[in-house]
Ligand binder design. Structure first.
Ligand SMILES: O=C(O)CCC(=O)C(=O)O
Length: 267
C-alpha cells in the first residue's frame, strides 16, 4: 500500500510515526535553538516579517544530537526501505518554525537543488504541530514525481520567502496535505510541493525535515556532503556541480524542460 501510493502519487503519509512526547520535546528544543540564534536568514526580510525572528534552522544534524537522531531514525529508515526498496543515504536536515503571519515556500522540486543522480532525493517531513490550510500546511502536486526537473519562473515573494517557482503542469492540481503532529510525509524529490503563508494569528506550523538520496545515487550537490548511511557512518558520493539546473540528460546532453513544453515530446 505505502509503496504503491508512493510510486503512483509521489508521496506517502505515515500517521503517528512520532509520539506527542517526542514532538513536544522538539518544539521546546528548537525553540531554545532559536533563542540561541542558530537560525539562518537566507533572504532579506522587511521590518516586522516574522521570518526575521524565526528563520529556519539549516543542517542542525551537523551540530545537534537530537536532529542527527531524527535524520537516521530507524522508523524513517523502515518506511523508506519499504517504499524505495532499499535504505536511503541521509544528506540534510532543516527545521521550519513558520510562525503566525509567516510566508510560505513557493512550489518547487527538491532535486532542483540536491541534484541526486541517478535516482532522486526523498524528503521525510515531520509535522511538529498540527497543520492545515489555515496555518500553511504542505501542498503537493500528485503525479508530478515522474516529471523531469522543470525550469523555474519568478515566484510571488509576497506569499513565498523563496523567489522562484514551478508552474503547475497542465492537467495536474495542487492538493493540501493536512497532518497531525507526529505524522511524517515521505515524498519523491521530483514531486512539486510547497506551502502558502500561515494565516493564523496564534498557531505555529513547525516541521523537522530530513532529506535523503536513494541508494542508487552516486552523486549529490556538494552542499549536501558529508552523506550518511542510516547507521550514521559516512559514505563517499560524488559532488554534482551547481544546483538549480533544470531539464534532463538525453544522450549526455542537458535539455531544458519548461512546463509550457510538457507534452510536446521533448522529455
Ligand atoms: O515546509 C514547507 O513549507 C516547505 C518544505 C519543503 O519545501 C521541503 O521540505 O522540501
Amino acid at each position: 500500500m505505502a509503496k504503491e501510493t508512493f510510486e503512483q502519487q509521489g508521496y506517502w503519509i505515515e500517521r503517528g510515526l512520532f509520539s506527542e512526547e517526542e514532538v513536544a520535546e522538539m518544539r521546546d528544543h528548537f525553540g531554545k535553538m532559536n533563542e540561541e540564534g542558530r537560525g539562518y536568514l537566507e533572504v532579506e526580510v522587511g521590518a516586522g516579517d516574522p521570518l526575521g525572528i524565526y528563520p529556519r534552522i539549516m543542517m542542525p544534524h551537523r551540530f545537534d544530537e537530537l536532529s542527527l537522531r531524527f535524520l537516521i531514525d530507524d522508523r524513517l529508515d523502515g518506511v523508506m526501505t519499504e517504499i524505495l526498496g532499499g535504505s536511503p543515504v541521509a544528506v540534510q536536515t532543516m527545521f521550519y518554525f513558520k510562525p503566525p503571519g509567516a510566508r510560505g515556500q513557493a512550489l518547487h522540486q527538491d532535486n532542483f537543488y540536491l541534484l541526486a543522480k541517478p535516482g532522486t532525493c526523498v524528503g521525510a517531513w515531520l509535522a511538529v504541530d498540527d497543520c492545515d490550510e489555515e496555518n500553511g500546511c504542505l501542498q503537493v502536486v500528485p503525479g508530478s514525481q515522474d516529471l523531469p526537473v522543470l525550469c523555474t519562473i519568478e515566484a510571488d515573494t509576497s506569499v513565498s520567502f523563496t523567489d522562484v517557482t514551478v508552474p503547475v503542469p497542465p492537467g495536474m492540481s495542487v492538493m493540501p496535505v493536512p497532518m497531525k503532529a507526529g505524522d511524517v510525509l515521505f515524498f519523491n524529490g521530483s514531486l512539486i510541493h510547497g506551502s502558502l503563508p500561515n494565516m493564523t494569528t496564534d498557531r505555529f506550523r513547525r516541521c523537522l525535515i530530513g532529506h535523503y538520496v536513494t541508494a542508487d545515487a552516486t552523486e549529490v550537490s556538494k552542499w549536501y556532503h558529508p552523506c550518511l548511511r542510516m547507521d550514521g557512518s559516512e559514505i563517499e558520493l560524488g559532488s554534482a556541480i551547481g544546483g538549480g539546473v533544470c531539464g534532463e540528460f538525453v544522450n549526455d546532453e542537458l535539455r531544458l524542460v519548461e512546463v509550457s513544453k510538457l507534452g510536446e515530446g521533448n522529455h
